[in-house]
Design a protein. Structure first.
Lengths: 364, 364
């Protein structure tokens, strides 16, 4: 089979593949956008043309997630790691404590940063069922009565774990949805703050969405740099400073593409199908394995191991040659990882599963 | 004359035009970069391919500015406004005071943010000579003996003022070079920190360079978010979190283009010629005027007014139709502004001057 751009499939965990139609459109419009004779990245963020990009992208995101009117949508810089500091500095108010649910690497990274600003009550939600990694049910999560908010990360990219439950609390719930936003239906009204670095399900690296409930805008700490201050960003329509305009524009194209696909409901169906296809291939083979309990397997990030780890290099080399890119597992866990964000087509997962079967037949 | 992409000239103050050869190359490589079958924005920042982009861009910048080995080059997020907070939070150490030289809008914006973190000793360097805006000579700038550092902004985009002198002090000098970095020769060893948002002379909005002298890395305040911590960024080679990879890549292409043009020395010659051409056209006409004294006129941003301000709209409309884009002055001052960053060709300034003469003949 000859490799063309149409049968190269990129399983990168992030920065991840963007939808191919979006990339083709962006390429066509790269130098001469909207007939302006310049790129969209070469015009003022305060021009009427860019304001239209900004307004439409916000409205499209509101439509996709059905975001209630009492939530602000902010386009931030600094990625989710900036939010790790922004969340306590924006939300603590007079409180000195917050509860963090720990189910993996990213939840723990958020704890490390937030610990600089307050006492962190960590609830260890990691457990195992039948020798497989799993998450304690949400009804058993213990939340400190003095906590200003409860933070959790519903999809752990490295551990390959996804949580479909919510903390059961009347405190503001803060979710790091960097790796599963827009991949499944959520009820935004259940959250205080949702944030998500763009580079998995939204757009290129360098922009980060924060969806913030209005009543939480008044709590910011004095030492918070303005660039991370939700209230400042909200008052300035995310243009307190020059925003990353090109990343914002590309994110807007992705939102329009998602709407054209049928929105989040449609994506969720495809995402379920993609994940089922790959997990079934793994489970039905003695050569491949995944160490996460079925109840908590991520639809977005599927880590898997070979029965013969000495073949990892061979697997990756042949996969790459077959147009199946970036399947190497995270350096902390090794093995393989296939990330199946919205931009990954069912066809791509079918190609991967087919390759895995061939590889097993030849090398198992 | 028929308009083509080659005779459209974009005078935007920022986000500003990028060099046309850079944009053409980026467009050609947009979807299939280096034969990978994916875009450079769709690969891991930790891949060997991206690390090469990062390493080369740093080395090219070091070559262009002749950056000494005892300086770190950091690729940051959040723009210069993030640095307005990062500077005091990184540099104050045990001190409680810093001196800021005020010669315009951006210096004052830096003061506003820094005031959250310490006492700011502002030296008002604004003056006038023969009724024209000017800057007090650096030998007369008063610097507080207790200041941890001295901050100044050597080019004010809105006021159209440029300062070619340095504060005379043994304290670390911090310069916001967002709008004139790489446009003229500088001696980096004279500075403690140089920072610059990319969107004028470096690349697209969304990335910000900080050049930091090694000995200043140890002073960071405990409440500083890690994402703004120079030491953390230095230790992680600017990959503490996922960097804005596409903006970084484009910045790297600009650095290579600058080297191909002959480097900063060659750009400075062209920049002098471009500025002289435009200021001469203004000064030799009774219809156009610029309110900055010749000693402090910016080579990068040339604000000018018409003798009949009621013609501003007509001027902008006809200029736009002639392919001379984004000449509208900043909303704070009105009139016109032509930004002549490195990517603006001499040919573009010649086209503007020619248009201005035609306009004056018809409408003066």
């Amino acid at each position: 089979m000859e490799l063309t751009l149409d049968n190269v499939f990129n399983f990168s965990a992030g920065p991840a593949a963007l939808p191919k139609p979006v990339m083709k459109q962006a390429q066509a419009d790269f130098i001469d956008w909207n007939g302006l004779g310049t790129s969209v990245m070469e015009i003022s963020h305060r021009s009427k043309e860019f304001i239209q990009v900004a307004d439409e992208s916000e409205q499209d995101l509101r439509d996709l997630l059905n975001i209630p009117d009492n939530y602000k949508v902010l386009f931030c810089q600094g990625g989710a790691r900036a939010q790790f500091a922004a969340v306590p500095l924006n939300l603590l108010g007079d409180a000195t404590k917050a509860t963090y649910i720990d189910a993996g690497y990213w939840a723990e990274s958020a704890v490390t940063e937030a610990s600089k600003y307050c006492e962190i009550d960590v609830f260890n939600a990691k457990t195992s069922i039948d020798g497989k990694a799993a998450v304690v049910p949400a009804k058993d999560w213990k939340i400190d009565p003095e906590a200003a908010y409860v933070h959790f990360c519903p999809n752990e990219t490295i551990d390959g774990i996804e949580i479909s439950e919510l903390p059961q609390t009347d405190k503001p719930i803060v979710a790091d949805m960097s790796s599963n936003i827009l991949s499944r239906k959520i009820d935004v009204s259940q959250y205080g703050v949702i944030y998500a670095g763009a580079q998995k399900n939204i757009g290129p690296a360098g922009i980060c969405i924060a969806i913030v409930r209005d009543d939480l805008l008044e709590l910011a700490n004095d030492v918070l740099p303005s660039i991370l201050n939700y209230k400042v960003l909200a008052e300035k329509d995310s243009m307190f400073n020059t925003p990353p305009t090109y990343a914002w524009y590309l994110s807007g194209l992705v939102f329009k593409w998602l709407k054209a696909q049928g929105g989040v409901e449609a994506m969720e169906l495809v995402n379920k199908e993609k994940a089922a296809l790959l997990y079934d291939a793994i489970d039905s083979s003695a050569f491949y394995k995944n160490d996460v309990h079925t109840a908590n397997r991520s639809r977005m990030n599927v880590p898997f191991q070979l029965a013969k780890p000495e073949l990892d290099g061979k697997f990756l080399e042949l996969a790459d040659a077959a147009g199946l890119k970036s399947l190497k597992g995270h350096r902390a866990v090794g093995g393989m990882r296939a990330s199946l964000y919205n931009a990954m087509s069912l066809e791509g997962v079918q190609a991967l599963v087919s390759f895995m079967k061939d590889f097993e037949e030849k090398y198992a």
